[in-house]
Design a protein around this ligand. Structure first.
Ligand code: DGP
Length: 114
């Protein structure tokens, strides 16, 4: 999608260090980190949100979870623990309309989230 921020990052149009990638997904650091480790995992395919995902996307959604676990291992937070967040829609707090999973680690997380 031409006006999508994360599509631009995927296409190299915005200078962003990619910390992990494969043929279906990529990961990069959040611009406004909320934890010592804060990485975003996105599908290469433009899907607006979790709510917009369709049944044929199910395998990709599973792959994104696998990608999160891989990124957490590479970032050194797998053993200490981490949180995975997927904001969907306005009340879910989603601000960038390209499906993404937040990987947060490096500090203890609070519950319930705000
Ligand atoms: P959400 O609110 O769940 O849609 O999260 C969007 C996240 O994207 C937010 O934590 C900040 C991050 N972000 C916004 N613009 C950029 C950018 O240009 N580069 C990077 N690396 N992250 C961005």
């Amino acid at each position: 999608m031409s006006d999508c921020l994360f599509c631009k990052i995927r296409d190299g149009e915005l200078p962003t260090e990619i910390v992990w990638q494969d043929d279906q997904a990529l990961a990069f650091r959040d611009l406004h980190p909320q934890a010592p480790t804060h990485i975003l995992v996105i599908p290469r395919q433009h899907i607006t949100s979790l709510a917009a995902a369709k049944k044929p996307d199910a395998a990709l959604l599973g792959h994104l979870q696998f990608s999160v676990a891989e990124v957490a291992r590479l970032s050194g937070v797998a053993e200490s623990g981490y949180r995975v967040v997927c904001n969907s829609g306005t009340q879910g707090g989603q601000t960038v309309l390209h499906l993404h999973l937040h990987v947060l680690g490096g500090r203890a997380m609070n519950w319930p989230p705000g």
